[in-house]
Design a protein around this ligand. Structure first.
Ligand SMILES: [Zn+2]
Length: 417
């Protein structure tokens, strides 16, 4: 990725500054502390919906302990603190998510083998939480002062069951103040994600009177209607650019082999980086399902008609940014600056879905280290060289918000979203 001369010069200035070098050295020397803290956090349950009682207060204490100002927990459990600069803006937000996918009763214990640390949630997203705390220690140790404001912390509800309630709340209350949004998600320093996949889910319920297989033959069947719908939906070819997909992931219906079913249910997932393309496919799928109901009712004219209930859920906005957009350049520039080749990843579903859809420059970056088996009980993390993650994050923060007396903020225009 080619950086504009403006971005390039910013990183040259930062890297040529003694205080920044001190901070980068601090992070490298702090590596064993960071890993100890990562293990400490990993055994604190992060089960969906428990964060406000368990991990949020813990993280708040750490933010305060390491010296962030004005630390607080908001109404849903997000925890943030600030590094104030000379001006309020730009306000640059960087977060990791506090929740894991694992239910409260999941045994959490650290085991180590062949250089790998095993524990559910050790990488996703505990690596990010530990990296952010390390960044804060470095900033305070050296006394780095941004031109704008840094807002650093943890969000709740990022994983599936949390329905993104943390970032949804942030966007509903703070979107006007935030000039740039960085989500630190799992591992791999090289990882830069600039796009967000918008999704939407339908639960289609086909309902009928049901009846006796022999006596009521000729009445319409919800399972027939669902089958007709599935067959017709399977013939839809959504656009490949922007990539748009559907998946019929669940089907159910009927009670016994000799009864006309009273109900059949389909769950359909629809995704695209383009919200308009997602919604057009959604409309097409609903029209197809309605046509299937009509066809079933026409073919079997006896008795009560089949009806269709549509329940829409799991809606997430999304969007994409050009490869050369400022925030993507900053993320890539910071990655290169710590000696790692940046890799632009394909669009994903992360917390940046929400700010990005509102037009806030957003990027999702890896926290460092190597990892595997995420969302499973044998999740592992390899801490070798993982300090490049927080080093990259620190450089990004001061490139975006500026370093007092050294380089102005790259995000220096106040926008109204
Ligand atoms: Zn995650």
């Amino acid at each position: 990725m080619r950086l504009s001369s403006h971005v390039q010069k910013t990183f040259e200035k930062l890297l040529g500054t003694y205080a920044i070098q001190q901070a980068l050295d601090f992070i490298k020397n702090d590596h064993s502390n960071m890993i100890s803290e990562q293990k400490e956090i990993a055994v604190i349950p992060g089960a969906p919906h428990t964060e406000p009682e368990i991990r949020s207060p813990f993280f708040l204490d750490r933010l305060k302990k390491y010296g962030l100002d004005d630390c607080s927990i908001d109404e849903v459990g997000n925890v943030f603190g600030y590094v104030h600069g000379t001006t309020k803006n730009p306000l640059v937000l960087m977060e990791g998510h506090l929740d894991t996918v694992f239910p409260l009763e999941t045994p959490l214990a650290i085991t180590e083998k062949d250089g790998r640390i095993y524990c559910p949630g050790i990488g996703d997203d505990t690596a990010a939480l530990a990296a952010l705390l390390c960044v804060i220690r470095a900033v305070r140790h050296v006394g780095l002062k941004p031109c704008g404001t840094l807002m650093i912390g943890g969000t709740v509800g990022e994983e599936g069951p949390g329905l993104s309630r943390g970032v949804r709340h942030l966007m509903s209350t703070r979107k006007k103040n935030i000039d740039a949004y960085v989500a630190v998600e799992t591992c791999w320093t090289y990882r830069v994600t600039r796009g967000a996949v918008a999704c939407k889910r339908f639960e289609l319920t086909f309902k009928g009177a049901g009846g006796h297989a022999w006596n009521d033959f000729g009445s319409p069947s919800p399972v027939n209607a669902a089958g007709r719908a599935m067959s017709a939906i399977a013939d839809i070819t959504p656009p490949s650019a922007p990539k748009t997909i559907y998946n019929i992931g669940l089907m159910s219906g009927g009670t016994s082999v000799n009864s006309i079913p009273g109900e059949a249910v389909l769950h359909i997932d629809i995704r695209s980086v383009d919200m308009e393309a997602r919604d057009m496919l959604g409309t097409q799928i609903l029209e197809t399902a309605k046509a299937a109901v009509a066809a079933e009712n026409t073919t079997h004219p006896k008795g009560e008609r089949i009806t269709l209930d549509v329940h829409t859920y799991g809606e997430k906005p999304g969007g994409d940014q050009p490869e050369d957009s400022l925030i993507v350049q900053i993320a890539c520039g910071a990655t290169s600056a710590v000696g790692v080749e940046p890799r632009l990843m394909g669009p994903a579903s992360t917390n940046i879905n929400f700010p990005l859809a509102l037009g806030i420059p957003s990027v999702c970056i890896g926290a460092g280290g190597d990892a595997g088996n995420q969302h499973s009980l044998d999740e592992w993390f390899d801490p070798k060289g993982s300090y490049t993650g927080p080093q990259k994050a620190l450089l990004m923060l001061f490139a975006m918000a500026g370093l007092e007396g050294v380089t102005p903020a790259l995000f220096n225009t106040r926008k109204t979203y």
